[in-house]
Design a protein around this ligand. Structure first.
Ligand code: NAI
Length: 269
C-alpha cells in the first residue's frame, strides 16, 4: 500500500547490492511512496551487483562512489542535487564490511590494517557522508538521514567481531553530527538497529543461520525483515517523524528488551 509519504522528496540511497539488500528494499519502498533518488555503491560492487535493474525499475540514476573517498562523495552529492533538481530530503547509509571477518581473523587476532579499513568503510564513512552534505549545504530543512546498525554495539555477540566496534562508533557519530545538523540546518539523524537479516553482509557473520533462528525465537514479534526495515525507514524519511533525531532506534521485534523467551527456555528443559 502506498500513502504518498515521500511525494516530492529527493534523496540518495547507498548500498543496494542485490535484491536481498536492505537498501534495495528501501529504494523500492521509497519509490512507491513517491520519492525520487540517486542510487550509489562502491565501483567494485557495481560490477558484482544488479543495481542497474533497480535503477530501471525506479527510474533512478546510478552514480558510483566509494564511501571512503572524499572526491567520490563530493561528486555524488553535487551531481545528485543537479540530477534531482534541488537539495535533498533524505539519505540512507546502508554500508558495512569487515575485512577481519572476510579474512577469517578472530577478534583476539585482528590485523589492524584490516580493522582500520573496515572502520573507514563501515563507520567513518557515515561522518564523511554527512560532512560532505553539510559543507555543500545539500540538505533541505527537515530532511532526514538514516544509517543502519546492529545491537552488537551495546551487547556482545562474539562472532560479530570488529563490526561491533564499528557500529558503536557509527551510532555515536549519529548523535554527535545529529546535534550540529539539527542546530544549523534542522536536519535529523538517526540509526536503525535492525534484526539479523539474510543479506550478503549479514550472511558473512559466522554461524549466521543459528543466530538468525535464535533471534527469531527470542523476539515476541519475530525478526524484522528487510521489507519491514524499508517501511520503518520510509516513516523516518517522512514528515511524520520531524522531531525524532540523534536516536538509535531498535527495529527488532522486541529482541533487545527480551531477557529470555518461553521457546528458548523449552530448549533447555
Ligand atoms: P549488503 O551486503 O546487501 O549491503 C552492504 C553494502 O555496503 C553493499 O551494497 C556494499 O557494496 C556496500 N559497500 C561496501 N563497501 C563500500 C564502500 N567502500 N563504499 C560504498 N559502499 C560500500 O548487506 P545489508 O545487510 O543490506 O547491509 C546494509 C547495512 O545494514 C549495513 O550497514 C549492515 O551492517 C546493516 N545491518 C545488517 C544486518 C543484517 O543482519 N544483514 C543487521 C543489522 C544491520
Amino acid at each position: 500500500m502506498s500513502y504518498d509519504l515521500l511525494k516530492g522528496k529527493r534523496g540518495i540511497i547507498f548500498g543496494a547490492l542485490d535484491e536481498n539488500s536492505i537498501a534495495w528494499k528501501t529504494a523500492e519502498r521509497v519509490h512507491s511512496e513517491g520519492g525520487t533518488f540517486v542510487l550509489t555503491n562502491a565501483p567494485v560492487a557495481m560490477r558484482m551487483g544488479q543495481i542497474k535493474t533497480l535503477a530501471e525499475q525506479t527510474g533512478s540514476e546510478v552514480i558510483p562512489a566509494d564511501a571512503t573517498n572524499q572526491e567520490d562523495l563530493e561528486n555524488l552529492v553535487s551531481r545528485s542535487v543537479e540530477i534531482l533538481g534541488g537539495k535533498l530530503d533524505f539519505v540512507l547509509h546502508s554500508i558495512g564490511m569487515s575485512i577481519n571477518v572476510r579474512k577469517g581473523r578472530h577478534y583476539t587476532d585482528e590485523k589492524y590494517d584490516f580493522t582500520a579499513k573496515g572502520w573507514d568503510i563501515s563507520a567513518l564513512s557515515f561522518h564523511r557522508v554527512m560532512q560532505t552534505l553539510y559543507k555543500a549545504d545539500a540538505m533541505n530543512e527537515w530532511g532526514s538521514i538514516v544509517a543502519l546498525t546492529y545491537m552488537a554495539a551495546q551487547r556482545t555477540f562474539p562472532d560479530y567481531n570488529d563490526m561491533a566496534d564499528n557500529k558503536a562508533y557509527l551510532e555515536s557519530v549519529a548523535r554527535s553530527f545529529g546535534y550540529f545538523f539539527g542546530k544549523e540546518k534542522k536536519v535529523r539523524v538517526n540509526t536503525i538497529s535492525q534484526s539479523p537479516t539474510a543479506t550478503t553482509a549479514g550472511s558473512g557473520v559466522k554461524g549466521f543461520d543459528g543466530f538468525i533462528s535464535y533471534a527469531e525465537k527470542m523476539s515476541p514479534l519475530g525478526n524484522a525483515s528487510a521489507q519491514d526495515c524499508a517501511d520503518f525507514t520510509v516513516s523516518l524519511f517522512s514528515d511524520l517523524t520531524r522531531k525524532v533525531t540523534m536516536q538509535n532506534l531498535f527495529h527488532d521485534g522486541g529482541f533487545s528488551n527480551t531477557g529470555v523467551s518461553q521457546e528458548v527456555i523449552e530448549k533447555f528443559e
